[in-house]
Design a protein around this ligand. Sequence first.
Ligand code: F6R
Length: 260
Amino acid sequence: MEIIVQPTAEDANLIAARILAETVREKPHAVLGFATGATPLRLYEHLARLHREEGLSFRRVTAFNLDEFVGLDPSHPGSFHRYMEEHLLRHLDLPAERLHVPDGRAGNIPLYCRKYEEMIKSTGGIDIQVLGIGRNGHIGFNEPSSSLASRTRIKALTRQTRRGLAELFGGEDNVPAHVITMGLGTILDSRLALLLAFGSHKAEAVAAAAEGPVTASLPASVLQMHPRAVCVLDQEAAVALKHIDYYDWAYRNKPDWQRY
Ligand code: F6R
């Protein structure tokens, strides 16, 4: 795992935006994996800016989202369909029919999940998967205990995660109990996993994911098994890392052609 620590979240977001933009420029039909939540909001603003000001085109890109709430109408303000529409789709030239967000209203969920996996495979696989991390170490909504080999499936949210989402739904009791989420195995198949984390409230989970044992109890730790995982952090999210001096040194001494 490559760990890049930046002075501020804005510096980290600029690096993440450069990684995505470079991929889309080199491979206009790239397949991108998107996350929702607070973490990638600024990254998405940068993508919109690059589209507006530099003509970065997403016309041929295909995208897959990590997750969606079961039973939720796409027009619900808490749905990730709505999030993607507001924060990304309306600002880019990405065709709506090529942005895939799991359908929380699917009738036969196991069948739907298998089809979601097949759809990802049929596009050639995800080139870059953007990820945030939960305080409990979840990525996607792979809550602690998720199989490290899991594929897209239904998953029950933990109480902690539902509490964290309460505001979006006007109270914890209104947060759907279940989600459809890509699995950890699905995420491991991406060519590059780009994990972003900002703020001291993420520091413990980040340190456990990067430097702790690989365990289903801390699902993001599976990224240690990913052939190319890049973790871009601000200072606060990095405070609990033991080897921060080494990560800094390695990044500063990276050959120019490998820099983001
Ligand atoms: C959202 C997702 C989650 C979030 C995580 C962090 O699609 O997959 O794993 O990335 O819960 O959420 P924020 O960014 O709101 O702290």
